[in-house]
Design a protein around this ligand. Sequence first.
Ligand code: PMP
Length: 355
Amino acid sequence: MMATYPTLREGLGVFAGYHSAQVDVDVRLNTNESPFPPPPAFLAALADAVATVPLHRYPDRSCTDLRADLARLHGVRPEEVFVANGSNEVLQCLLLAYGGPGRTAAMFEPTYAMHGTIARMTGTTEVKGERSDDFSLSLAEVRRVLSQGAPSVTFLCSPNNPTGRAEPKELVEGVLALGPGLLVVDEAYAQFASWTALSLVAEDVPLVVTRTYSKTWSMAGFRLGYLIGPAPVVAELWDVAALPYHVDAVKQTAGQLALRYTDEMEDRVALLVSERERVAAGLARLPVDTWPSDANFLLLRPRTRSGPEVWQALVDRSVLVRDCSSWPRLAGCLRVTIGTPAENDAFLAALEDVL
Ligand code: PMP
């Protein structure tokens, strides 16, 4: 029988190559989550709170209390905070509002694949620049791409997934000085790095910084993210890109409660940063190329066997990492998330065995 539904809109190519394998293994180091669950006291407080949430009513559409708490956390005003279901949805809202047919979004490969995917989903034309051989980004390259493409949105990812380094402040300032358009700095991993572009956010600066609860807050299962940006931009996102009541009541409460456990979050981050350096030192003793990281993951390229071969051999040893070898400029590369000390030991031992 002939299909009676329409063909897909052209140019989508959705998610090709993005989804990470969800394989049943003992050691999962493939999606950059926190290896630690949230603090037990948070879970107990959440259970109590859920008992009182009026689930038969729609939630507060504007996430008023959560935005007030996030504003306090970052020293900004609630009007400068936009919230959505994960930072991916924040990015999608940005391109729904400021991208779309006839508009372009700039990004610099290799970088977070969803920036391009969300551009295609929203009918936004991608213009791509290239990082240098060491994966740093030069202002000259940004200037070249911006002058050719006149993007309405430019993405930077800092620290950059999957290459690991944070963008220097001078580069972010340099890009802002170039204009045109809105600069989006995706800071999904910012707590692992030593500086943040948040300090550059101001009413008259076309900059937004996106954040997530998925990594440092140990809440990937909740799907909660936000951005900090100029109040007029935030107001437009609420007006045109967010569906009514898009952030559910339990999630709003969970997002507020988590912020009471900032010290515990910072302890987890400190441990992961020291584990990152320990894993990097372990990798330095193996036949792999690595790159320095300001995030909770490391990019590596085995010298003696192909990326997919090593990926499979690690899975055979019940260790799952991300195979990046088909991504732009990353032939032969794997990305490993920093896990618990025991998981990191298991990874290093398995990799040594494989190589
Ligand atoms: N930005 C970057 C750079 C990421 O690596 C990720 C997670 N893979 C996200 C955004 C999406 O995070 P969230 O879970 O908040 O949608």
